[in-house]
Design a protein around this ligand. Structure first.
Ligand SMILES: [Zn+2]
Ligand SMILES: [Zn+2]
Length: 307
């Protein structure tokens, strides 16, 4: 049977979201050969195989795209077949192209798989504060250029250790080609500073920050998109200090809670609020406060505020 080869140009949010590994896995599943590359306008794919399998590939490319991907356009054209080995689908080097640039995906809250690993003492990323994978973690905040491979992110200064490099290179791994990954052996670490002076690092820094919050101090937490100023929202004195320093006498601060159950004790959680609070972008949500309980007593609360 004659082989068919297609070039497919995909634009939209298709970089930094695991799109290339998905393309490779899909191609291999269908026994197709070809290449996939990022370029500054999006992702370029060449795919070759039996015509109906190629048609199925094109359909599933859009229907089954990774959760964070948003395909804007997908244009396919026939090109000359090369009679490659079936199933030989590979990621090739990113190329620079002229024209409009690819869309950068937003930062995404830690996914359930990563949260599970974070809390698993047997996992090598147990309590790793910067845990991420192909489906979650920082994107917009760390990307410095397009195509967004690791050298074009703020993670460029943190070379992958051998184990992370193995995960990054393994098409079957859930961190295949995820640009922000790191672990306890490579990547950023925690430091606690007071007036610029480093006081503690790693677990000790975390414990000391918790203690500072408990004793009514304000802690500036450097996150992926800037600084959170945090204090104990249940402490009127701590909130007063934060209000004074921020020169924000009345405007409400955002509350940070561990889960929906805690949120439910403070605000009225209906289906829309619950969906927003647990969605992948974890936005600050405006909600009606509960009529009873802690909230009324401690109002105005201030657990966190964007700096
Ligand atoms: Zn994840
Ligand atoms: Zn590592």
């Amino acid at each position: 049977m004659a082989l068919r080869r297609r070039r497919i140009e995909v634009t939209g949010v298709v970089q930094g979201v695991g799109f290339r590994p998905f393309v490779v896995a899909l191609g291999q599943t269908l026994g197709l050969s070809g290449t996939v590359a990022n370029h500054s306008r999006g992702v370029s794919i060449e795919v070759e195989g039996e015509p109906e399998r190629v048609a199925e590939f094109e359909r599933r490319l859009v229907d089954e795209a990774p959760p964070l991907a948003r395909v804007s356009t997908c244009v396919a054209t026939d090109i000359q077949a090369r009679e490659e080995r079936p199933g030989d689908m590979v990621i090739v080097r990113s190329a620079i192209a002229d024209g409009p640039r690819a869309l950068v995906p937003p930062d995404t809250a830690t996914c359930d798989d990563c949260l599970r690993e974070l809390c698993d003492p047997a996992d090598r990323r147990y309590r790793h504060p910067f845990i991420t994978c192909t489906n979650c973690g920082p994107r917009l905040s760390i990307i410095t250029d397009i195509p967004s491979d690791r050298p074009a992110t703020t993670m460029a200064g943190f070379p992958l250790c051998a184990e992370c490099a193995r995960e990054y290179a393994d098409p079957a791994d859930r961190r295949h080609h995820a640009q922000p990954i790191a672990c306890h052996d490579c990547g950023p670490t925690l430091t606690l500073r007071d007036a610029g002076r480093p006081l503690a690092s790693d677990e000790e820094a975390l414990a000391a920050a918790q203690e500072a919050l408990r004793t009514g101090r304000v802690v500036a937490v450097k996150g992926i998109g800037g600084y959170h100023l945090a204090c104990d929202a249940a402490s009127a004195a701590a909130v007063a200090v934060l209000r004074e320093r921020k020169r924000r006498p009345d405007k409400p601060f955002a509350l940070m809670v561990a889960d929906l159950a805690v949120a439910d004790s403070l605000i009225e959680v209906d289906e829309t609020v619950a969906m927003a609070l647990t969605g992948p972008d974890r936005p600050i949500v405006l909600a009606r406060r509960s009529r009873v309980g802690w909230c009324a007593r401690a109002w105005p609360p201030a657990w966190t505020s964007w700096a």
